[in-house]
Design a protein around this ligand. Sequence first.
Ligand SMILES: [Zn+2]
Length: 109
Amino acid sequence: MDKEKALKRVERIIKELVDGENKEIVGNIVVDILDIDDLALVKGNRIYFSKKVEKLSDEALKYIVAHELAHLIVKRHTEKFWEIVRNLYPDYIKGKREVEEFVTKTKSR
Ligand SMILES: [Zn+2]
């Protein structure tokens, strides 16, 4: 796996989601690609992505990034949480569906 390439892609997607009107990341966010089972997880200001994200489409990865960025602010999947996801990625339902399909497919194997 080309980790550098995967990292660049994640960073580009973060930029795409955050660069916009009335949006900015406060503080420093560190991202890394690791060999983990979850597609992504947040620890403090760090977001770890699984190597599996390489196989995801941009839409699916965008959803994961928006989801994890929202978790930096709200821990649980509350109304407020989804509001943040929607704000970062208005079309998130599409990416969410793709992620769910991917998870189902990889689990049944
Ligand atoms: Zn979550």
